[in-house]
Design a protein around this ligand. Sequence first.
Ligand code: TNX
Length: 518
Amino acid sequence: PGASDWGPWENLERCGDAETPDPIDRTLEDVVPKPVDVSTTDAEFEITAETAIVVDDEAEAVGESLADLLRSPTGYDLPLEEAPSDATDVIELAVGDRTDHLGEEGYELAVDEDGVTIEAATDAGLFWGVQSLRQVLPAAVEADTEQSAEWTVPGGEIVDYPRFDFRGAHLDVARHFRTADEMKQFVDYLAQYKINHVHIHLTDDQGWRLEIEEWPELTDVGGQYQVDGECEDCYYTQAEYADIVEHAEDRFITVIPEIDMPGHTNAALASVCELNCDDECEDPYTGIEVGFSSLCVDQEFTYEWIEDVVAEVAELTPGPYFHIGGDEADPLSDDEYEYFMDRAVPIVQDAGKRPMGWHEILGADPPTETIGQFWAPDSTASGVDVPGAVEEGHEIIASPASHAYLDMKYHWETELGLTWAGTTSVRESYEWDPGSYIDGVDESSIVGPEAALWSETLETFADVEFMLFPRIASIAELGWTPDADTEWEDFRERVAGHGPRWDRQGINYYRSDQIDWP
Ligand code: TNX
């Protein structure tokens, strides 16, 4: 629909006019990320008090999550039932091999007058299909109290699957802490846009955010500060962290923990005095400079401590990856840096995890299973031979700072954010191709894109939301949608319709003037 179709209706709805019929101003084409294949019909389905959710065994958990979403705003029972598939007035969710060809995360969604059917080869695919369904219901579905609306689903079919298996978002909880509840909220936002990895930057110069039982000093000291000052008990207990991991898992999102080393370690150096070459603790740091700290690379104690930390974090994190940072270790010579990585990377492997690091790590010639996260603001990474590393077999995550660093200001007057990589408008966050962006690196070596949200200037969770939305929708779409189907004009129209959905969720999004919001 054009922008003019949206405005008046939404306004009436917001004024609380309960009698206003909800015109069917939505189609299956409104979904973000844009699905691979969509066909639309006039055969709408209306969810009513009689509607049931039909599930097979494997679909039950996803069915529950759909029911959870729908029950409050609709006020309907929406019982979960096992029933023959010819039942009418149902939303049917099924896991089966008919859709095997769509891959692990693909799904088919079909809507006609009798109901909605979502089928997938796995429960993950089914869950992504449910996110698409969510986006084509009235925005009122995002409310958590009963709403008066016609719960109409537009007719047609979607056949969909992702371009990249890996679609990530990173959040820095070290510079400014985010509570476990906020972290879970962040995960909920990612799930709506089919992002399947959340990378948590748990440690940096300003803070240490995860309880390590063997080294309580890390949080006794490092967990009490953040940028600009003190922060009481600003860390996750192991139980809280496990809860975040489980919350993510329930949404088919894998947690990637990052313990940044050997640089970005002032919080550790201020907490465990023996980590310093002279055994003297550093002072806590609450500024926003980078590149000044390093672990002491030529003492055994450093590696024993790393083993303890890595073992506990790996044990708490079921996913296959462990990110050890490796960025901006400026105090070290190249030889020292290489020596450090020669010791540290195998510790991660011995803990059963696949190592990841910022792209500098590739310069240390680590084992080829090590994934490099490309963050340079241009298509080359000066000082590191990324194409050479790829030639040797390394894989790459694409997070170029000029497009995927969501802490960059939208424009020069944006109050929040940094500008070292320039500014990044919504359009700039969208107009790049993760598969071909990096000079000399082929799409076959790209694991996928990851948005990175650093938090030096982000004091509140509302600040996080402001930098995240709408740009997270861009990165999500670049990770999911075939490159040939990613067009700015089309994207900006679809994203416009998400504004009211974000309003209902209370999200403090940036109302970019590049988008005609309803
Ligand atoms: C660079 S790029 C950093 C972070 C900062 C960020 C701010 C990289 C791996 N490190 O330490 O927070 O820029 O944009």
